[in-house]
Write a protein that binds this ligand. Structure first.
Ligand code: M6R
Length: 612
C-alpha cells in the first residue's frame, strides 16, 4: 500500500527519489518522506500530506547526494502525521528505514526492545523493525546486511524495506516478503521501487525480488540472497514492457479519464494475437495447454477483490452460459478464512489488476496447498500472483495509475469472455458456427467502445443534474447485475456518494423503500431481460425516483418514462458488460469532478492493497 523508492549511483538522488515517489503516489498518499545519504550523514525530510508537500519542504535541502531512499505512505499503524511518516531512524540515529507492509508481531518485539532500553517516538511498526535491526547488529557485531537478515528472520508479516547504515553508507539493503520490490538495473547505478514506474525512464531492465529474498545494493552491483539461509540467488533480469508516456497523463485532467479513454486500445491489446476470427480461433496458450485438466474439473472457483471480483462475477455468467462449467465466485478475503472445501480437481481463476492484493495472494496459496490448479489473470507483468499461478493470461491493459480501476476491469472481462468462448468450444457447447459468429461479434468491441466514449459530453451534462445527490441505486439484470455493482463501486469510491448495486428484480425486496424524488437510480435497460427491466423502471417512476437508463438504439418504452437515457450500441448480451460499464465510469468520473473530489487519489484508498 505504501510506495518506496531508492537510488544509488551517479545522479542526484533527490530528483530520482522525489519524482519516483510522485509516480508511486497512487499506492498511498497520506504522508511522504525521504533521506539523502552523503558523507555518512542523513539529510532527512518528512511530512504529513502529499509528495508535493515534501517537495515544498525540501527546497532548502542540499541535493548533491547520489544516494537516497523515500516513501509515500498509506497509514496502517499510527495516524498520518509528521512523526509517523517514513523514513524512521533507529535509536542511535545510525540506521534509517522505509517500509511497505505490516509487521504483525511488532508489539512483542517492541516490548522486548523496551526492556532492553530502546525508546520509540512514533506509533509505527516500522520504527520497531529498524530498532530490531539495530539491536541485532549491536548485540552480535554484525554488518548491516547480516543484521537485516537476522531481524527479518524474526518478524512475522509483510514487508518491502530499504535500510541504510551510516557506518556502511555505500550500500542500500533491501528485502521483501509479501510486498513488491523491483530493482532497476543501470550501469554503475541502481534504482529500487515498489514497481518499475519510477525508473522506467532510466532503464528497461529490472529484477523483481521474490518473497523471502533480500539484496545488498552498491554502485558496483546487486547481491541477492535468501533471507532464510543466506543462499545466493542469481537474479533474473526482466525487460520492462512499458514506456514513460504510458504512465503520464498525456493531456488528460486525470489518469482515470485517460484510462477510460484508452479502453478501445486496451481491449484491442488484450484481444491481439488471441482472438483470431479469420482463422476461427482463440489462441490462449494458458487455456490450450491445460485444457484437459480444466475440462476434467467439476468446477471453477474465481477469487478476487473489489472491481476484479465484479469481473469474476461476469466471468461466472459467461463460463456457465457459454461452456456450461459450474463456477463459484468468492471474495478472496472470505475464501481464505472460511475453511472452504477445495478439491485437487478444482480450477481456481485468480483475478487481480495489481497481482499483489494480499487477500487474493493468501487465498491462492491456500488453494494451491489443497492441490487446486491456479489460473492467474493479472495486469501487472511479473507480479506476485502472476508468478505464483500455474498458468494464466495477462490482460495487457497497460499501466493503470488511477486508483479507481477502469481499463483493467474491461480487459479482465475481455480475457474472461475469450476463456468462456474457448471453453465453450472445447466442451462442445458452442457449435463451430456459433463460436465463429461470437468471435466476429467480439472483434467489433473496440469500435463500439469508441462510439460509447463519444457520449462523454452528454454524460457530463447528466452528471450536473445529480452532483448534490447523497445516495444512488444501480440496477441491472443477468450479465448487467455485476455491471450495476461495478457502477456503484466506482461512484462511491471517487465521489463519496453512497451507492448500492442490486439485481433489478431484488429491488422489490428492500431497496424500493428508499425510492423517492431524491434518489437517482441508474438502470441498465439494454437488450436481454428488457421487458422485465421496463417494469422495474415503471416501478421506480411511480414512486417519483429519478431514472438514468442505459438503453440501446430504437428503445421507446424506457425513453418514454426515464429522466435521462444514455444510448449505447446494441451488442450480444454476453458482450454487453464491457459496453455498458463505460458510461457508468464516465458518470462517476464527472460526478466526482463536479464535487471537487480528488479522482485519482480518493481518500483512504490505495491502488494496490498489499495488507489484509
Ligand atoms: O489489484 P486488484 O485487482 O487485486 O485490486 C482489487 C481491488 O483492491 C480493486 O479492484 C479496488 O476495488 C479498486 N479501488 C476498484 O476501483
Amino acid at each position: 500500500m505504501c510506495g518506496i523508492v531508492g537510488y544509488i549511483g551517479k545522479k542526484q538522488a533527490f530528483d530520482v527519489v522525489i519524482n519516483g515517489l510522485q509516480r508511486l503516489e497512487y499506492r498511498g498518499y497520506d504522508s511522504a518522506g525521504l533521506v539523502l545519504i552523503q558523507n555518512e550523514t542523513f539529510l532527512m525530510k518528512k511530512t504529513k500530506g502529499k509528495v508535493s508537500d515534501l517537495r515544498e519542504i525540501s527546497q532548502d535541502l542540499d541535493k548533491t547526494a547520489q544516494m537516497g531512499i523515500g516513501h509515500t505512505r498509506w497509514a496502517t499503524h499510527g495516524v498520518p502525521n509528521d512523526v509517523n511518516s517514513h523514513p524512521h531512524l533507529s535509536n542511535s540515529g545510525e540506521l534509517v528505514i522505509v517500509h511497505n507492509g505490516i509487521i504483525e508481531n511488532y508489539s512483542a518485539i517492541k516490548t522486548m526492545l523496551t526492556e532492553k532500553g530502546y525508546h520509540f517516538v512514533s506509533d509505527t511498526d516500522t520504527e520497531v523493525l529498524v530498532n530490531l535491526i539495530e539491536f541485532m547488529q549491536k548485540s552480535s557485531n554484525l554488518s548491516i546486511t547480516d543484521a537485516v537478515r537476522f531481524a527479518l528472520n524474526e518478524v512475522i508479516g509483510a514487508y518491502a524495506i530499504c535500510v541504510v547504515d551510516k557506518k556502511e553508507a555505500d550500500k542500500i539493503v533491501v528485502g521483501r516478503l509479501g510486498s513488491p520490490l523491483a530493482i532497476g538495473m543501470g550501469k554503475d547505478e541502481f534504482y529500487i521501487a515498489s514497481d518499475a514506474s519510477p525508473f522506467v525512464e532510466f532503464t528497461k531492465e529490472a529484477v523483481y525480488l521474490d518473497d523471502g529474498e533480500m539484496a545488498t545494493i552498491t554502485k558496483e552491483g546487486v547481491d541477492v540472497r535468501k533471507i532464510a539461509d543466506n543462499l545466493q540467488v542469481e537474479p533474473l533480469v526482466q525487460q520492462l514492457q512499458f514506456d514513460l508516456d504510458q504512465i503520464e497523463k498525456g493531456g488528460y485532467d486525470h489518469f482515470m479519464l485517460k484510462e477510460i479513454f484508452e479502453q478501445p486500445k486496451s481491449i484491442l491489446d488484450t484481444m491481439r494475437g488471441r482472438l483470431l476470427s479469420s482463422e476461427g480461433k482463440i489462441k490462449m496458450a494458458g487455456i490450450f495447454d491445460h485444457r484437459n485438466r480444466i475440462l476434467k474439473s467439476n468446477r471453477i472457483i474465481i477469487i478476487a477483490c473489489g472491481t476484479s471480483w465484479h469481473a469474476g462475477l461476469i466471468g461466472e455468467y459467461l463460463i456457465e452460459e457459454l461452456a456450461r462449467i459450474p463456477v463459484e465466485v468468492e471474495y478472496a478475503s472470505e475464501f481464505r478464512y472460511r475453511n472452504p472445501v477445495i478439491y485437487p480437481t478444482d480450477i481456481v481463476i485468480a483475478i487481480s489488476q495489481s497481482g499483489e492484493t494480499a487477500d487474493s495472494l493468501a487465498a491462492i496459496k491456500m488453494a494451491k496447498e489443497a492441490g487446486a490448479f491456479i489460473y492467474g489473470i493479472c495486469n501487472v507483468v511479473g507480479s506476485s500472483i502472476a508468478r505464483i499461478s500455474d498458468a494464466g493470461s495477462y490482460t495487457h491493459a497497460g499501466p493503470e495509475i488511477g486508483v479507481a480501476s477502469t481499463k483493467a476491469f474491461t480487459a479482465q472481462v475481455t480475457v474472461l469472455t475469450m476463456i468462456a468462448l474457448e471453453l465453450g468450444k472445447q466442451t462442445g457447447e458452442l457449435s463451430n458456427e456459433k463460436f465463429h459468429k461470437h468471435l466476429v461479434e467480439m472483434e467489433m468491441l473496440p469500435k463500439q467502445v469508441e462510439t460509447v466514449l463519444k457520449l462523454d459530453k452528454e454524460i457530463q451534462e447528466i452528471a450536473l443534474a445529480y452532483k448534490d445527490a447523497t445516495n444512488c441505486l444501480y440496477l441491472g439484470r443477468g450479465y448487467n447485475f455485476p455491471v450495476a455493482l461495478e457502477g456503484a463501486l466506482k461512484l462511491k469510491e471517487i465521489s463519496y456518494i453512497h451507492a448500492e448495486g442490486y439485481p433489478a428484480a431484488e429491488m422489490k425486496h428492500g431497496p424500493i423503500a428508499l425510492i423517492d424524488e431524491n434518489l437517482p437510480v441508474v438502470i441498465i435497460a439494454t437488450k436481454g431481460h428488457y421487458e422485465k427491466v421496463v417494469s422495474n423502471v415503471q416501478e421506480i417512476k411511480s414512486r417519483k425516483g429519478k431514472v438514468i437508463a442505459i438503453v440501446n438504439p430504437g428503445d421507446t418504452e424506457v425513453r418514454a418514462i426515464a429522466d435521462h437515457c444514455i444510448e449505447v450500441p446494441a451488442v450480444e448480451e454476453f458482450l454487453s458488460p464491457i459496453i455498458n460499464t463505460i458510461p457508468l465510469q464516465l458518470l462517476s468520473y464527472y460526478l466526482a469532478v463536479l464535487r471537487g473530489a480528488n479522482v485519482d487519489q480518493p481518500r483512504n484508498l490505495a491502488k494496490s492493497v498489499t495488507v489484509e
